[in-house]
Design a protein around this ligand. Structure first.
Ligand SMILES: Nc1ncnc2c1ncn2[C@@H]1O[C@H](COP(=O)(O)OP(=O)(O)O)[C@@H](O)[C@H]1O
Ligand SMILES: [Mg+2]
Length: 338
C-alpha cells in the first residue's frame, strides 16, 4: 500500500473528535451574576453539586444556544468540588466543556475544563501532567486539579480576552498586522520554553491563543501535547494546522509547533491559510506534496523577504526550518516592509 493510500485509509477511520478539538464560544448566558454571599450559604456537598452540574449540562445541551439566556444562573447553585461556582460556558469541544467559574475561597475568576460523557479521560490527565510542569507568562496557568469519582477536572486561570480565531474573524486582513506583531513573539517565547522542557504542544492554532485587552497573549489547550522523544510521532491535531510530519507520523519536535506558528503568521499576514480543502485527504495531499502559495499572491506589499521566511518556516522538511520559534518570529518581524 502506498503511503498515501495507507494514510487515507487511516484518516477515514479516525473520528473527528480525535483529530482536532472542535470548539466554539457559546453564546453568553444571562449576565445576571449570583450574589456571592447567597452562594456561600448554598455550598453543597460535592456529590450533589456534581449531579446538579450534570443536570445543568443536559439542559444546556438541549437548549438552542440562541435561547440560552433562559437559563438563569440565579436559580442554580452549581459548585464544583465544594469550591468553584460555575457561572457560564466558554466553549465546548469534542472532548469536553470549558466553564467560567468563581473560586469561592479566593474570589478569583477561573476556568474549569471538564470531560464530556464518554470522552477520553486520558486527554485531561495528559493536559494536567503537562501543565503542571509549565510556568510561563504566555502559557495558561494550572491552578488546581479536581479528582472526583475517578474523573479529572482542570482548574486554570481565566484569561480574559478574545481568541485569535475570533480576532481573525472580526478583522479584515489589513487590520491584523498589529496582532501579528504582538502575538507572534509571545507565542514563540512560550513554545521555545516548552520545547526546552521537551514538551510539544502539537495543536498551535488561533483558537488556542487568547489575546488579553492589554495585548498579553497566552497559549492554552495542551490536550494533545507530548514529550519530544525522537521516536515516531502520532497522528493527532487539527488538520488545517498539522505539519507534514504529523500527517505521516514521522518524528516530531519543536519544529512541528514552529510550522503551525508559521501557518498562524501566514493567516495573520494574508487572511487565509496556504492549504485547505473539503476533505482531510485533500488537505493532507496539499500539505505533503504542494508548495505553499506565496503570501505575495494575496498581499503583494509584503515583499520578497517575507516570502522567503514563510517558505522556510513552512518547509516540508523540518531540518530546513528555523532553529527556534523565536528565531522565526524575529526574522519575520525584521523582514516586514517598514
Ligand atoms: N484559560 C482560559 N481562559 C479563557 N478562556 C478559555 C480558557 N481555556 C479555554 N478557554 C475557552 O474555551 C475554548 C476551548 O478550550 P480548549 O482548552 O481549547 O479546549 P478544547 O480542547 O475543547 O479545544 C477556547 O477556545 C477558549 O475560547
Ligand atoms: Mg482548543
Amino acid at each position: 500500500m502506498s503511503l498515501w493510500s495507507w494514510l487515507c485509509n487511516l484518516a477515514s477511520k479516525i473520528p473527528t473528535s480525535a483529530i482536532g478539538a472542535i470548539t466554539g464560544p457559546a453564546k453568553e448566558l444571562s449576565g445576571a451574576a449570583k450574589d456571592i454571599t447567597s452562594v456561600r450559604r448554598d455550598l453543597v456537598e460535592t456529590q450533589i453539586a456534581k449531579k446538579k452540574l450534570e443536570e445543568y449540562e443536559s439542559q444546556v445541551q438541549r437548549a438552542n444556544f440562541d435561547d440560552v439566556k433562559e437559563y438563569d444562573p440565579k436559580t442554580r447553585h452549581i459548585i464544583a468540588a465544594g469550591r468553584y461556582e460555575i457561572r457560564d460556558i466558554l466553549g465546548r469541544g469534542g472532548f469536553g466543556t470549558v466553564y467560567f467559574a468563581t473560586d469561592l475561597r479566593t474570589g478569583r475568576q477561573v476556568v474549569i475544563k471538564r470531560l464530556a460523557k464518554g470522552g477520553e479521560p486520558l486527554a485531561l490527565l495528559n493536559e494536567s501532567t503537562v501543565l503542571r510542569r509549565l510556568s510561563h507568562a504566555n502559557i495558561v496557568a494550572l491552578l488546581d486539579v479536581i479528582e472526583e469519582e475517578g474523573a479529572t477536572e482542570l482548574v486554570m486561570e481565566y484569561v480574559e480576552g478574545r481568541t485569535l480565531d475570533q480576532i481573525i474573524r472580526e478583522h479584515s486582513p489589513s487590520e491584523l498586522m498589529p496582532f501579528l506583531l504582538r502575538v507572534l513573539p509571545q507565542i514563540a517565547s512560550a513554545l521555545d520554553y516548552a520545547h526546552g522542557l521537551r514538551i510539544m504542544h502539537l495543536e498551535v492554532k488561533p483558537a488556542n491563543i487568547i489575546v488579553e485587552n492589554d495585548g498579553t497573549t497566552k497559549l492554552i489547550d495542551f490536550g494533545i501535547a507530548r514529550m519530544i522523544t525522537g521516536d515516531r510521532g502520532t497522528f493527532a491535531g487539527t488538520p488545517l494546522y498539522m505539519a507534514p510530519e504529523q500527517w505521516t507520523m514521522a518524528g516530531q519536535d519543536g519544529r512541528t509547533d514552529q510550522y503551525a506558528l508559521g501557518l498562524v503568521a501566514y493567516q495573520l499576514l494574508t487572511g487565509r491559510l496556504p492549504f485547505d480543502g473539503h476533505t482531510m485527504a485533500e488537505i493532507g495531499r496539499k500539505v505533503l506534496y504542494e508548495p505553499p502559495p506565496s503570501p505575495l499572491l494575496f498581499s503583494p506589499e509584503l515583499g520578497a523577504r517575507v516570502e522567503d521566511i514563510m517558505r522556510r518556516v513552512l518547509s516540508k522538511n523540518p531540518a530546513h526550518r528555523f532553529s527556534t520559534c523565536s528565531e522565526f518570529a524575529q526574522a519575520l518581524i525584521a523582514g516586514l516592509p517598514q
